[in-house]
Ligand binder design. Structure first.
Ligand SMILES: NC(=O)c1ccc[n+]([C@@H]2O[C@H](COP(=O)([O-])OP(=O)(O)OC[C@H]3O[C@@H](n4cnc5c(N)ncnc54)[C@H](O)[C@@H]3O)[C@@H](O)[C@H]2O)c1
Length: 465
């Protein structure tokens, strides 16, 4: 190559490298993530081979994990094969519960692992479970899910699926390579109202969807009382050190499925995010703990209330709020505005153009309270109607039971799951992307396309009977 040509080539290639790297930064992903490796398989509609019996292991049976264990132990076609937790008392408690449910017929050989951060790895090697339920602190979700898939198990992970975008990409790559499910267990998608709203959206009751509002507003300062062990002992550190929308999936998961995001019709595009000052946790620590207590040593960077606005590729908007600190009643907002009306939660309300037959005359009034019975009769989701009884007594008003029932049902029948790998990543990505936006004064951040373009061919979630 002549000198001049060479100079031009370097100039050109430096320029195109810069263009590529800017473009991929805007797309929220590195160029290596744009192409699916040849040995990987897209998992959007993935159905795993049927499992006649689901051999289930559990990592993390603290406040949350035991619920999944209890409900799956009671379902036909399951065997609880192992439990791992840092603490022996947790493991023994839930082993006892499973054995009792098994009445000497099932769950007879549960292996237990505790006392060490890494015992769960030994569990995967020794027990080789079909599925692993992971309900540990957030930082452990990704490493545990990735290792579980590599060891041949389907991974079912509590919310959020992971903490960083890098971890999410590693989860995607591992699932696609191992052909193992990795589902984030968003239980709220199985709540009665959320299921009914999904059904109403699919039936076109509110017309074309324009906008949604989702939230996790739940005052949980009391968790700071769990100082050495339990939820508050690790969650408080996230709230103190990170500033963003750290727990977005309970509100966002359902509205994302109303809008078919990541499933043919539309997908996530960008996010802007702002946080309020961080006052509540600092105050709480000062009022309740000695000056030299660890809770009084934090700087508390995470604003008490975060508001993020997501834009979809079709131009729809979703507001996602998060606040676990300020005093007010619980809400997930759960609002969806369409061209013909609106559905809203907390309290449940419906307003339709032209009114709701026999109940309201126009869209200026909500159908609510006892009047809603008519709508439940007409629009309750068939899945809720079928499983409501079976799920009775399970957590969060039955939604947890319906979720675990569906997981086991899909695995035993070789069906695709109701929430795919990519949905767990898109919904969880709001946390790290909002942190970036907050840190840059609210600058828009583009969502990575975890599906690498394949969302266009992924079927919308049907109305499961
Ligand atoms: N979907 C929901 O409604 C819901 C409700 C509550 C919590 N959660 C989620 O569930 C998860 C767990 O939360 P929690 O409140 O139960 O917390 P927790 O601290 O009570 O329980 C976590 C458990 O994980 C165990 N653990 C941690 N590291 C481990 C390791 N290396 N090996 C084995 N066990 C380990 C701990 O000993 C602990 O018992 C979190 O992701 C949380 O966000 C979801």
């Amino acid at each position: 190559m002549k000198n001049l040509d060479r100079r031009n080539f370097i100039k050109k290639s430096t320029f195109s490298a810069a263009v590529i790297s800017t473009a991929s930064a805007l797309a929220g992903q590195g160029s290596s993530e744009l192409i699916r490796p040849t040995d990987a398989q897209y998992m959007g509609d993935f159905a795993a081979p049927k499992l006649e019996k689901v051999r289930a292991a559990f990592i993390g049976v603290g406040a949350r994990g035991g619920d999944h264990l209890k409900f799956s132990a009671a379902l036909e076609g399951t065997e609880i094969v192992a439990i791992s937790d840092l603490y022996e008392d947790n493991v023994l408690k839930w082993k006892g519960v499973a054995e009792e449910i098994g009445t000497g017929q099932r769950h007879k050989k549960i292996k237990t692992y505790h006392g060490d951060e890494n015992k769960w790895k030994l569990m995967l090697d020794e027990v080789k479970p079909d599925v692993v339920f992971i309900a540990t602190n957030w930082n452990n979700h990704a490493p545990m899910a990735i290792e579980a898939m590599k060891k041949g198990a389907h991974a079912f992970v509590e919310v959020p699926i992971a903490v960083t975008l890098e971890e999410m990409w590693e989860i995607v790559n591992t699932s696609e390579k191992t052909r193992k499910h990795c589902m984030m267990m968003e239980n709220v998608n199985y709540s009665r109202d959320e299921l009914m709203f999904l059904n109403m959206c699919r039936k076109g009751v509110v017309g074309e969807l324009l906008h949604a509002e989702a939230a996790y507003i739940h005052e949980l300062r009391w968790q700071m009382k769990e100082e050495e062990r339990g939820t508050g002992s690790w969650r408080t550190n996230h709230y103190a050190k990170r500033n963003g929308n750290l727990y977005p999936t309970h509100g966002l998961g359902p509205v994302a499925q109303y809008m078919n995001l990541g499933r043919t019709e539309d997908t996530f595009s960008s996010i802007v995010s702002f946080s309020t000052p961080a006052l509540g946790r600092k105050d709480y620590a000062a009022k309740n703990y000695a000056k030299d207590h660890k809770w009084n040593k934090h700087e508390y960077k995470g604003g008490d209330l975060n508001t993020s606005i997501l834009k979809t590729q079709l131009g729809r908007t979703i507001m996602v709020q998060w606040d676990e600190t300020s005093p007010r009643p619980y809400t997930r907002l759960n609002l969806v505005q369409g061209t013909k009306g609106a559905l809203a939660g907390f309290p449940t309300r419906v307003a339709l153009e032209g009114g709701v037959e026999g109940l309201t005359e126009d869209h200026h009034r909500w159908v609510q309270g006892d009047q809603l019975e008519v709508l439940y009769q007409k629009y309750d989701h068939p899945l809720y109607t079928r499983l409501n009884k079976a799920a009775k007594g399970s957590g969060h008003g039955g939604m947890d039971g319906i979720m675990v029932y569906r997981i086991i049902e899909c695995l035993r029948n070789g069906w695709p799951l109701d929430q795919n790998l990519y949905e767990g990543c898109f919904w969880s990505a709001v946390a790290p992307l909002s942190e970036r936006s907050v840190a840059s004064g609210g600058a828009p951040q583009n969502f990575p396309d975890f599906t690498r373009g394949s969302w266009k061919n992924t079927k919308p979630l049907g109305i499961i009977q």
